[in-house]
Structures are given as structure tokens and as C-alpha cells.
Write a protein that binds this ligand. Structure first.
Ligand SMILES: C[S@@+](CC[C@H](N)C(=O)[O-])C[C@H]1O[C@@H](n2cnc3c(N)ncnc32)[C@H](O)[C@@H]1O
Length: 427
């Protein structure tokens, strides 16, 4: 692919396009980018390229003569090539990935004409231009930025410019969808984790997750693009059905509140505990996998007025137990230490009903935990969780807790007793 750019600023355009990936491809001779000074083709001594518009009006118009002479010079050695002369213009068809693919596929040589001032003499467009391309519904001072965008996006499709064609297949706009989200190291940044599925090495699952994300984000970010998309595979159709189902998940329409739990709440609390037990099992977390926490544990929590339930309207959506009693297992923290030795509250048992997962109830629950701690005149909350309990780890980090070290807990006999310790000092 050879691209000639007719411009009043050849050095600027050339400097940009001879950098980085396209620059390296040009060095290897995979693409050729040639920036030509229009001013060199004027037939007047002042090298003037523009003049006042007939009929009056603001600004100047680029004259047809230097443009035509410049184009003739460029095309003088192009007779054998499939050539396209394109005027960069706010009046052109809006550029997109399909146009980039068409230009790369159908032509060996593109001549990109950059206008300036008020534009160029209409007769040059009629006489010499095959196509007008705009990079969007706005007006630039010159065509250079538009030409660089077109040259860059066409060149990266030329075989050999990118290391692998997979680099652009599947990218945003390749087949009418946006790309899935991308992550790189570290695994946790500012408390935000890379999605678990990307760390497990199961490529089939990763592919499915990525495709679902492509569909989801096209639906939410670019409904105009998605309206033109038709699923052609059973996999896409299934994923779209799944996305529809996700959308029907419960929405929080009622006020959220919390109150101390009473004995009558125990059936709800046990049901939510069973949901959580199932979910932890599914994710391979050896926490709550025995009988603990049993009914009597919650009865005792309620007796001590330490158990609270979260309500969505009248419905129990979750629970937590916050205690002011010192936790013996917390005395022996290893690989770190607690933030301070102040009296603390312990967040013991907490869970959100399966029905309410992903609705923001957990974040609300953490606010209630902090509020309750303040009401108890304590400034510090300590908590532990299993290292594989990603949901809880994320919730703790998102709620401002810091990892403090490791613990061994005694309450779950026969199961993995190792826990990670977190605390937060309330302002
Ligand atoms: C100020 S503009 C001229 C606009 C022109 N008077 C009009 O209203 O259509 C000067 C030059 O910038 C370039 N240009 C401006 N906006 C552009 C866009 N959205 N896409 C491509 N080129 C653009 C064209 O080459 C144009 O000749």
C-alpha cells in the first residue's frame, strides 16, 4: 500500500506517520507514505496556494491549479496501480472501519488531499476526486489530522504491519461490535481486581466471557451499532438470551434499611446462609462448608443484640453480625499486624441473599456495619475471610478495608482454617 498525502504541512504529517508501528512498517517497506508539499506546484512566484472566494465571503479558498499539478506529479508513476484520490472533507461520507477495510482491500495506492482555509476550489473536486471522506460531523482547520487518521487505520490492516491479523480481528468495529474489556498486570490495582475468569486459564470460558462482554458493552455503549447487529451463531443467540435474563434480575425499587434481627428472622437468615454456602462451594471456597454457622449461633447473636438484617422494603435481603467482644483467634496474626490496638468491633457472619447479588446490597450492608460500629463508639472494625472468597475480598477492598495479615480460625472444624485479616479505622 502506498499513501500520498497532499498537504501544506508535509513535515508534520510525515513525522507523525513515521513513528511507532506504521513508521516501522514503512521502514520495512511494507507500506510507503509520501507527504507532498502542494506549495511546490504553484505557478506564481509568491508560491501562493489560495485566493479570495468569488462572490465574497470570509477566508480564502485553495486554488485548483497547484492541487492539480501536485496530483499529476504524484500520479505520473501510478498507471499500473489501483489508485483512489480522496479529498478529506467535512462534507464526505463518515469514515469507519468498513471503509478502512475497503480501501485496504480494493486499492494499492491512495492519494489523500488535505484542504485548508475555507476549503478547496469545487472544480478540482469535480475534476480529480474519486471520493470525499469526513472523520466526523465537525470542522477541522485542515485535512491533515483526518488524513493521518485514515492513513493509520488503513495501514494497520495491511498484512505484515501488525504482528498477527488476530490483532485487529475481533477489535472494536471489526464485525459491528465493540471489543471486550482488557486488563494487564497487576492483578489488583487500587482495590480493583482483574475478573477471576481471566486468571483461571480456561480458554473456552474466557472466549465465552469475552464474547458476552462484547455484546453487553455494544448494547450499552453503542445501541446504534447494536441495532445493526444480527447474531449469526447459536452461541451469540444464547449469549443474548443470557443478557436478557440478566437484565430481568431484581432491581432495587424499595427503600433499603437495617434493624436488629429478632428470633422470627432466623428462617430467612438460615435460607440466606444456605444460598451463601452453595455459592462458596461453586467457587471452590472452603468456608461455611460444614454445618457452621448453625441456628444456635444466630440465636446467640440475636440474644446478644449483635445480629442485624438488611431490608429491601419488607423483604430480608441480607444479614450481618457485629460484635464488640474481643476475638481470640485475632490475637495471633501472622505475616503482618493490625492497624492499631484500639478496642474494635468484629464483623463475623454476613451474607446477601442470592436474589439480591449484584444489586449493590453488599455495599449498603457495609455502610450499615460502619454506622453500627460508630453507634457502639468503636473506631475500628476487624474481619477475616477465606483467601478464595473473591466476592468478600472485593467488597472489603471496595469498602476501604486493608489487608493486615493471616490468621487461623477455630470455628470450622475439619475445614481450611486459614483466613486473611482485614481492618478499617473509621474517620
Ligand atoms: C475549515 S475546513 C473547510 C470547511 C468548509 N468550509 C465547509 O464548511 O465544508 C478546512 C479543511 O479541513 C479539512 N476538514 C475539516 N473538517 C474535516 C472533517 N470533519 N473531516 C475531514 N476533513 C476535514 C478539509 O480538508 C477542509 O478543506
Amino acid at each position: 500500500m502506498r499513501i500520498d498525502i497532499m498537504t501544506l504541512f508535509p513535515e508534520t504529517v510525515s513525522a507523525v506517520l513515521h513513528e511507532s508501528i506504521i513508521g516501522r512498517a514503512a521502514k520495512k517497506g511494507i507500506v510507503e507514505i509520501n507527504c507532498v508539499q502542494i506549495r511546490d506546484f504553484t505557478d506564481n512566484r509568491q508560491k501562493q496556494v489560495d485566493d479570495y472566494p468569488y462572490g465574497g465571503g470570509w477566508g480564502c479558498v485553495m486554488m485548483a491549479q497547484p492541487l492539480k499539478a501536485c496530483l499529476d506529479s504524484i500520479l505520473s508513476d501510478a498507471s499500473q496501480l489501483r489508485t483512489r484520490v480522496i479529498y478529506m472533507s467535512p462534507q464526505g461520507k463518515t469514515f469507519d472501519q468498513n471503509t478502512a477495510r475497503r480501501l485496504e482491500n480494493d486499492y494499492d495506492r491512495l492519494v489523500l488531499v488535505c484542504g485548508h482555509y475555507e476549503g478547496i476550489d469545487e472544480r478540482f473536486i469535480e475534476e480529480c476526486v474519486d471520493e470525499e471522506i469526513s472523520i466526523g460531523d465537525f470542522v477541522l482547520t485542515g485535512g491533515e489530522i483526518a488524513a493521518m487518521a485514515v492513513a493509520d487505520s488503513v495501514c494497520r490492516l495491511v498484512p505484515g504491519v501488525l504482528s498477527d491479523e488476530q490483532c485487529y480481528i475481533g477489535e472494536s468495529h471489526w464485525e459491528g461490535l465493540l471489543e471486550y474489556p482488557q486488563y494487564t498486570r497487576p492483578e489488583v490495582w487500587e482495590g480493583r481486581e482483574v475478573p477471576e475468569i481471566l486468571l483461571q486459564g480456561d480458554h473456552a470460558k474466557i472466549e465465552k466471557w469475552r464474547r458476552k462482554k462484547q455484546l453487553e458493552r455494544t448494547i450499552s455503549k453503542r445501541p446504534d451499532l447494536f441495532s445493526k447487529f444480527t447474531p449469526e451463531t447459536k452461541e451469540d443467540a444464547d449469549l443474548l438470551r443470557e443478557i436478557e435474563k440478566d437484565k430481568k434480575r431484581i432491581k432495587l425499587t424499595m427503600p433499603l434499611s437495617y434493624r436488629p434481627a429478632v428470633t422470627g428472622d432466623i428462617p430467612d437468615i438460615l435460607k440466606i446462609t444456605d444460598d451463601a454456602r452453595e455459592s462458596l462451594k461453586r467457587f471452590g471456597v472452603d468456608q461455611w462448608q460444614g454445618p457452621y454457622p448453625e441456628r444456635y449461633v444466630f440465636e446467640a447473636d440475636i440474644d446478644r443484640k449483635e445480629c442485624f438484617i438488611i431490608l429491601h422494603g419488607e423483604e430480608t435481603a441480607g444479614f450481618f453480625t457485629l460484635s464488640v467482644n474481643e476475638e481470640e483467634d485475632y490475637r495471633n496474626i501472622t505475616d503482618g499486624k493490625w492497624s492499631n490496638d484500639l478496642p474494635y468491633c468484629v464483623l463475623h457472619r454476613s451474607a446477601v441473599s442470592a436474589k439480591y447479588r449484584g444489586t449493590g446490597i453488599s455495599a449498603f450492608m457495609m455502610k450499615c456495619v460502619k454506622q453500627q460500629c460508630a453507634l457502639l463508639n468503636r473506631q475500628v472494625i476487624r474481619v477475616d475471610t477465606h483467601r478464595k472468597n473473591k466476592a468478600m475480598l472485593k467488597l472489603l477492598r471496595d469498602s476501604g478495608f486493608s489487608y493486615r495479615g493471616n490468621l487461623i480460625i477455630s470455628s470450622e472444624e475439619g475445614h481450611d482454617p486459614a483466613r486473611q485479616a482485614f481492618d478499617i479505622v473509621l474517620k
